[in-house]
Design a protein around this ligand. Structure first.
Ligand SMILES: [Zn+2]
Length: 289
């Protein structure tokens, strides 16, 4: 359905609310706001993890056949804005430098974990539903597409979403990578028995290792940061997890210069660097329910 149909007064279907509308929004799959802080703005290149280059874009990828103006404005824009403030601008985060390994821990004072899960779910939905050819191979399957669609319309809890978030400061990480599906293997078999389905989503300087599964993300971690680390009298319970049962833990993201090592190596480097400073670091586990 193109411009001619619109001019003729034909209706177009919004893939989120399912209603016929006179016109759809020129909606971004990846909000252009995530590309606002890099020099190559306006010339985003898509790169697959195989190194194969895709089309160049004036802006981030958009899809004019996804959703209506109301859905874009009332649902997606709000989630995008929240994620941009949180992940790009890092608003509300205390920064703890870990000089020994040249890393930083961003500890968020108050984060709406449900809203972040909703944002990530909405991103996966857009990636999966879009018919843009770069994203043809990206599908989360009909069942999750429909579940996310309904949850976005009904303030769902998105409890099948969790993610480890990393920030990378090296300019090589300002390139845009296409999302990639992968299996998240259990690291600690006394806690997690099964591999779960995941997606690697890369935005400029931001890497989200997302689990899309009713089982918990095997890469979630829980630290207790002592008062010596936080400068706060009581210390801080922090976690990578966005899951509802980690509500007592402040959400944390780790920043490195480059993504040179595996995710578990990065996590254990952070843990080791604390304990080698003779500061007690405990690994908390949320009890299994
Ligand atoms: Zn709609």
């Amino acid at each position: 359905m193109g411009l001619k149909d619109v001019l003729k007064g034909n209706k177009v279907l919004c893939k989120l609310c399912g209603e016929d509308k006179p016109k759809l929004a020129k909606s971004h799959i990846f909000s252009v706001g995530f590309f606002g802080n890099i020099e190559s703005k306006g010339k985003i290149e898509t790169i697959k993890l195989t190194g194969e280059k895709g089309r160049r874009f004036q802006n981030a990828i958009y899809d004019p056949e996804l959703m209506c103006i109301e859905c874009e404005h009332d649902i997606f824009e709000k989630l995008d804005d929240y994620a941009i403030t949180t992940f790009r601008d890092k608003k509300g985060a205390n920064i703890i430098s870990i000089d020994k390994i040249n890393a930083k821990l961003y500890v968020y004072k108050n984060i709406d974990k449900t809203k972040i899960r909703a944002f990530i779910a909405s991103l996966l939905w857009r990636i999966s539903i879009s018919t843009q050819f770069e994203l043809n191979e990206c599908s989360i399957g009909r069942v999750f597409e429909e579940r996310i669609r309904l949850d976005l319309r009904n303030n769902g809890k998105f409890d099948y979403i969790d993610a480890n978030v990393f920030y990378f400061t090296h300019p090589m990480h300002s390139a845009f990578m296409l999302p990639q599906k992968y299996k998240i293997q259990p690291k600690d078999k006394s806690r997690d028995l099964y591999a779960v389905n995941g997606w690697d989503i890369q935005l400029p300087g931001i890497s989200m290792r997302v689990s899309l599964d009713k089982r918990q993300n095997p890469n979630r971690f829980y630290f207790f940061l002592t008062p010596e680390i936080t400068g706060d009298a009581n210390g801080e319970k922090v976690s990578s997890s966005l899951h509802a049962d980690s509500l007592d833990y402040k959400f944390t993201a780790i920043e490195f210069e480059k993504n040179e090592q595996s995710l578990s190596a990065m996590i254990s480097a952070v843990r080791k660097s604390f304990s080698s400073d003779r500061i007690i670091i405990q690994k908390y586990r949320v009890p299994r329910t």
